[in-house]
Ligand binder design. Structure first.
Ligand SMILES: NC(=O)c1ccc[n+]([C@@H]2O[C@H](COP(=O)([O-])OP(=O)(O)OC[C@H]3O[C@@H](n4cnc5c(N)ncnc54)[C@H](OP(=O)(O)O)[C@@H]3O)[C@@H](O)[C@H]2O)c1
Length: 300
């Protein structure tokens, strides 16, 4: 930590954000506005080094945020059939941005993924033993995860990068089809597995604070603890839609309706909690930031 960035001086904050049209990038802009932080969206493409240099030279930011990435539409299965496009942005592009930021002495806050781990013998489901920041990714079941794990490994060598491992992001906007809650509430059938997840309403402001503190390195960017699909859907039923019902299926049955495997894991939230002691557990955060603000029915 403690990269001697341009942002550590007394200059007023000015954030350059990539991912203007994306979910997380869009939320970041709104957050900067609400906090009165000057920001501008990058217009360059990640894999085009000259376009990034031109952004940095014209904007002269104090910090750079990367919420640009290929996630696939309608889902990560897209990456299985678009491997070069996925590499171009998630590997070549992300590394290029980290490299030009380093050249300019700038910290890059990179929204990465925690979907590079899966429960294993040393981290069994239900054990409460989560994957730590220094653990080596053990899930390459999808091409998307594979590119993200590879790039995370390479980015470790860049002392100017703050890697935030986001997982199954959830926001208070239940109309957004990307929201994990909205997704699983619409599926015909869901698996029921405890996972670590990221409540964006609580954690994105923390990422801005991490920039202000010039934090770097790898961070599990999830709320502490785990929550299962059924627990979330039960909360949805209790707070939002009393007549809501759902059906479960097994991982084996799920495998028949998706192309690439999906990761399920618990991440150790200790490092982030130590830096931000006020951080809520995943279940508390779900209620505080998502279900209470959207509450339609009185909860017993
Ligand atoms: N949503 C999730 O479930 C999830 C979970 C964990 C981690 N993450 C990570 O968080 C990041 C942001 O996710 P998101 O859900 O906000 O993604 P998103 O809604 O799909 O948005 C992706 C953004 O990246 C931009 N982009 C893609 N390729 C680019 C390139 N080569 N150069 C410049 N911009 C490019 C897109 O702009 P254009 O439309 O102009 O291409 C778009 O603005 C991604 O890296 C993702 O892997 C997401």
């Amino acid at each position: 930590m403690g990269f001697p960035s341009n942002g550590s001086s007394d200059k007023p904050l000015k954030f350059l954000i990539y991912g203007k049209t994306g979910w997380i990038g869009g939320l970041l802009g709104k957050l900067c506005e609400s906090q009165g932080i000057e920001y501008i969206y990058g217009s360059g493409r990640l894999e085009d080094r000259n376009s990034l240099i031109s952004d940095l030279e014209s904007v002269k930011p104090t910090h750079v945020f990367n919420a640009a990435g290929v996630t696939g539409r309608p889902n990560v299965d897209w990456c299985e059939s678009h491997k070069v496009e996925t590499i171009r942005t998630n590997v070549v592009g992300t590394l290029t941005l980290a490299d030009v930021c380093r050249d300019k002495g700038l910290i890059l806050i990179n929204y990465a993924t925690g979907c590079i781990f899966e429960y294993d013998q040393n981290h069994p489901l239900g054990s409460g033993i989560g994957f730590k920041e220094e653990d080596i990714p053990n899930f390459m079941g999808s091409f998307y995860s594979k590119t993200k794990a590879m790039v995370e490994d390479l980015l470790k060598n860049y002392e100017n990068v703050c890697t935030l491992r986001v997982r199954m992001p959830i926001s208070s906007d239940l109309t957004n089809p990307r929201n994990f809650i909205t997704k699983i509430a619409k599926y015909d059938k869901v698996v029921d597995i405890p996972n670590s997840m990221t409540i964006l309403d609580e954690l994105l402001p923390i990422s801005l604070e991490m920039a202000k503190r010039n934090l770097t390195g790898i961070w599990n960017f999830t709320n502490p603890g785990v929550v299962s699909h059924n627990e979330i859907l039960q909360m949805y039923k209790d707070y939002i839609e009393p007549n809501f019902t759902w059906k479960n299926f097994t991982l084996e049955e799920q495998a028949k309706v998706i192309v690439a495997a999906r990761s399920n894991n618990e991440m150790d939230g200790g490092k982030l909690k130590k830096e931000f002691p006020e951080l809520l557990s995943i279940k508390e955060s779900l209620i505080r930031y998502v279900f209470k603000p959207n509450q339609k029915t009185p909860v017993a």
